[in-house]
Design a protein around this ligand. Sequence first.
Ligand code: MN
Length: 385
Amino acid sequence: MSDKIWANSGDSHLMEPFELFQENLPKDLAERMPRSELDPDGAFETVHVDGQEFRRKVPFVKRPMVDPETGKSVFDRAPGANDMRLRLEDLNEEGIWAELIYTSIGMWMHSIRDPQLMLAGCRVLNDWAIEYQRFSPRYVCTALIPTLSVDTAIQEVERTAGMGFKIVMLPTSPTLDGPNWNRDDWHPLWASLADVGMHVGFHAGSDPHEADTFNGVYYRGPGAHLLNYYEASYHMQLAAAKLVSSGVFERHPTLKCVVSEGGATWVPFMADRLDEAYRQHVNQVWPKFRRLPSEYLFENVYASFQHDVSAPQALAAMGYRNVCWGSDYPHLEGTFGHTQKTLRELVGDLTPAQRHRITRGTFEELFPHVPPAPADDTDPVDTTG
Ligand code: MN
């Protein structure tokens, strides 16, 4: 008898092997793909993307991600980070059942400036990620979509839907300076996603980046790290607001978006702000909806949190039901090694129905094809699900 709380994760990641692009693209294209290089002391990291360099001090000391002996990728924390079978053993140990899985280095793909190059890179990543999903129904992988043109975006949506992907990952803004997600230019993309029945995932740190900044460096000076961390969450909230405010969910009521690694209480807060503007600024608001903005936020937008102590109260006290826990496995901000302690602290005092919704129900509503998690306090019999 174990004493596990089982939970699905609305926020997990694959660790793309260093050699993935070299093995699957012509050399001249592979060299332009995102790659991370650590300084020998592990304190600074440089990410190279299509001739651009992004450099930052890493928030924790890392070991090199390429083994100098074998030239192969290594990851120094979760044993299953680079292995689809060992990963299930990690998940079983932690009490994590199914996962919504994002990319890692692929979050840099949207800083490429050449539409065909971005398409080629996304295709390689998606062809590799789908092998995880085919290995176990507990893996729900996101398809990375190239967003430098509507045509390449729709091309990859249709291709990946045919491969069995259930959800795409989009950056919080499609490009550095082109039309944003609220503009009519993107209508065909939302229609295409609704047609094939795929959801949209937004993840922290997925904005396209300016050449002289690092991922998420918006401020420098005192407090910069905290400000930058907060700003990354804010960009995801805005991505959801763009879809609600421009009427994407009004036109496509079955389309759902998941905001991962950004807490949950921002949804009721945003609902108040948008409803007030919608009601009080009646001459300025366009387009008009059949329902209040808050109704689209509460029904079409889902939020995954990991350590946020206020998040369960979005469900328990603020009427927002689409709250989902997420582990962020195997990233270092995540709960690997302390998942059960974290879950106990976060959901231990909730009613059984509230706890069920956060740990299982919200995820099951998004991905009804996934087999249900084992009962709490038991271990799975068939580890592949
Ligand atoms: Mn994450």
